[in-house]
Design a protein around this ligand. Structure first.
Ligand code: LYS
Length: 307
């Protein structure tokens, strides 16, 4: 069993709604550490990074003004800074031989994580479990929210302040990415995905093939020519029935059972080198249900089984 480092990133600047900054606490409160030690892992909780949100000043300044400075890349500077710090910390933990498990926070934090994982693997595969594509750029984003751009940044597209974190090279190649669970793609994202030949298993493929075959195909894709696989687990990939506490819920999603199966199959493949769980928003949740699902999915990913 590898040693696991938990890294919390209370980041919400990449999202429209407040609350995901409390994701790391909610996931810890759902007994993440106990579950992992229960399976036999040694867990080293590194605590949370600091995310500075400037207080909102009513007289026309503060938050809104800061966001408006770069209307289609909201909070660019602070988001880049936190991701730089996350990059350093993940880099350090991996250098020490620990498995990084990053807790979000909104999905913009994948920028720092992937940059660091790329330092330790010349070629990485990425399973992007999400209802969205997160391949917008400032040019295509309908919202200006950086959490909808993180996969594009990892592929080398986006503002230089983001793509340069951990070096200007792309951190992931399009042919090594598998998006699973997509059902809400912006027009510019469809073009991007097609142009770059990124394989997407949408809800259509999940319904048609079943999750077992989808994961078989996806794992095949992300392990060809790579030396390790990163899981980016956005809780909004699940149907909001099972994961209501997310900032951008999209109906008709992946069931809890399909999600557990996906984690188990990924765990069995034995290729995982890093993971993150993002977008848990306790304010929109019911009795921490979404964080609990997140913890159970992580446990499955780390080898917990019913029998
Ligand atoms: N595609 C939308 C956007 O770019 C939603 C992204 C949601 C990411 N978690 O704003």
């Amino acid at each position: 069993h590898p040693k696991v480092a938990i890294i919390g990133v209370p980041m919400d600047l990449g999202a429209d709604r407040r609350g995901v900054d409390m994701g790391p606490s909610a996931i810890r409160c759902a007994c993440l550490e106990q579950r992992l030690t229960g399976i036999g892992y040694q867990v080293f909780d590194q605590g949370d990074l600091v995310v500075r949100r400037k207080p909102h000043v009513q007289t026309g300044g503060g938050l809104q003004q800061q966001a408006a400075q770069n209307a289609n890349l909201k909070y660019l500077d602070e988001t880049a800074k936190v991701n730089e710090e996350l990059y350093d910390l993940v880099n350090e933990t991996m250098a020490q031989g620990l498995f990084p498990l990053v807790l979000g926070g909104d999905h913009s934090i994948a920028i720092g994580t992937l940059a660091a994982v790329r330092q330790h693997h010349a070629s990485i595969g990425v399973i992007w479990f999400d209802s969205h594509g997160d391949v917008n750029t400032a040019q295509t984003s309908p919202s200006g929210n950086i959490h909808g751009m993180s996969l594009a940044v990892a592929l080398g597209y986006g503002h230089p302040k983001l793509t340069a974190i951990g070096g200007t090279h792309p951190k992931v190649k399009p042919e090594h990415v598998a998006i699973i669970g997509a059902r809400c793609l912006d027009p510019g994202e469809r073009v991007f995905l097609k142009q770059h030949g990124i394989q997407v298993w949408t809800m259509h493929e999940i319904d048609r093939l079943g999750m077992a075959r989808v994961m078989e195909q996806a794992i095949d894709r992300v392990t060809k020519g790579t030396s390790g696989v990163h899981l980016s687990l956005d809780l909004d990939g699940l149907d909001p029935i099972y994961a209501p506490g997310v900032g951008t819920p999209v109906p008709s999603g992946i069931s809890a059972r399909e999600s557990y199966l996906a984690m188990e199959l990924l765990s069995e493949a034995g290729v995982l080198v890093s993971a993150e769980a993002v977008e848990v928003n306790p304010i929109l949740d019911h009795h921490n249900q979404t964080a609990k699902v997140a913890v159970s999915l992580i446990a499955s990913l780390f080898g917990e089984r019913i029998l």
